[in-house]
Ligand binder design. Structure first.
Ligand code: AMP
Ligand code: MG
Length: 346
């Protein structure tokens, strides 16, 4: 069933959706980051349906979503002072914390790890569904595994309609990139996946913070890493993609136009508003990511733009990069992965 809650949440329909969750079904719903496919985190059979629907590898654990910090005690244990500080500061919000799990969390959720990822979304619809279901909700992003995360229902329905019991439409997601995933290692917060909450913001609260492996470079299959998700192919369109960045705008535009020429125009460009007139490609083959000065806008548009570029097809997708700082870290992490690290910095 499709429910439109773009304007307001319908309470009768909310009851129906929450009953589906309670009865072990899976539901697509919005959060402030991206859409999720959710199930009762305590019900391993229900969680299994998520892995089936997405075709998600069973070694990639799910994030458990809560609506109230009191829910944490049921899911996680032995919370340290640093972890508590992070919870106090960044929840609710686009922030996920890896904690030691209790036995109540089935192994399928944590992919056999001793830890569990917890997030408290800051979105009325997500909070309503979790609260009235009365259970924490395990939810990965709403997309077929390996594809860009779903940020609006147009994209999501094409991919997942018929595979879930209900779809809740809350309009375009506010942030458009998945949450920052953090694990505290030896009292230092380590960012395993960058997101809206930046390294600088975490440093302000805790005093120190680091990036984990695999943020800007691929990790080997046999390399030991803290987060399984880093290993898997992600955000990838079907057509080959190349990411280009330079602080020098002339160099950047020259390189992009050379690439376009080499492919005889059979490319799609994901570029910035300011460069629309300077990039020599057919108008319908230029996908506007927004202003180069507005990282929030770019973050919001990335996944939808990658899907659109796939539909247009061609020899190559050319993507303009941003500086790797602040929110630019998360943007570049997703773009690098979407083009399988085919990256040129001039
Ligand atoms: P998604 O649900 O698609 O947003 O992806 C969730 C991300 O969190 C993936 O990169 C997972 O590997 C990561 N994750 C979830 N649970 C854990 C955990 N217990 N330890 C480390 N990483 C985790
Ligand atoms: Mg995902």
């Amino acid at each position: 069933m499709y429910y439109n809650w773009k304007e307001t949440t319908n309470t009768e329909e909310l009851k129906i959706v929450c009953n589906l969750i309670k009865n072990g079904e899976i539901v697509i719903f919005p959060t402030e980051t991206v859409y999720g496919i959710g199930a009762n985190a305590f019900d391993k059979k229900a969680v299994g349906k998520i892995f089936m629907a997405k075709g998600r590898p069973s070694d990639n654990p799910l994030i458990v979503h809560i609506a109230d910090k009191r829910m944490i005690a049921e899911i996680a244990k032995e919370i340290t002072e640093v972890e508590q500080k992070l919870i106090d500061h960044f929840m609710p919000g686009p922030f996920t914390l890896i904690l030691k799990k209790t036995d109540k969390i089935p192994n399928i959720v944590s992919a056999g790890l001793e830890t569990v990822a917890i997030r408290m979304p800051d979105n009325v619809i997500a909070r309503g569904i979790i609260t009235f279901s009365g259970v924490p909700i395990a939810a990965p992003s709403a997309n077929i595994s390996g594809k860009p995360s779903g940020t609006n229902l147009n994209d999501i329905r094409k991919e997942l309609e018929g595979k879930v019991s209900a779809v809740v439409d809350g309009g375009e997601t506010e942030i458009g990139l998945e949450s920052t995933v953090v694990k505290v290692i030896d009292e230092v917060p380590c960012i395993l996946r960058p997101g809206k909450v930046t390294l600088e913001e975490i440093k302000k609260v805790i005093g120190q913070a680091d990036f984990g492996n695999g943020i800007f470079t691929p990790v080997d299959e046999d390399e030991e890493i803290e987060t399984p998700g880093v290993k898997h192919k992600h955000y990838a369109p079907n057509v080959a993609a190349k990411l280009i960045y330079s602080e020098n705008e002339d160099d950047l535009l020259f390189e992009i136009n050379q690439e376009i020429k080499a492919c005889r125009g059979d490319v799609v460009v994901l570029g910035f508003d300011e460069h629309k007139e300077k990039i020599v490609v057919a108008e319908h083959r230029f996908i506007n990511l927004g202003s180069k000065h507005n990282l929030e806008e770019i973050a919001k548009n990335i996944f939808s733009a990658l899907r659109k570029s796939d539909e247009l097809g061609g020899k190559l997708i050319l993507i303009e990069g941003v500086k790797k700082e602040g929110l630019g870290v998360a943007i570049m992490n997703r773009l690098l992965r979407s083009c399988s690290y085919n990256y040129v910095e001039l």
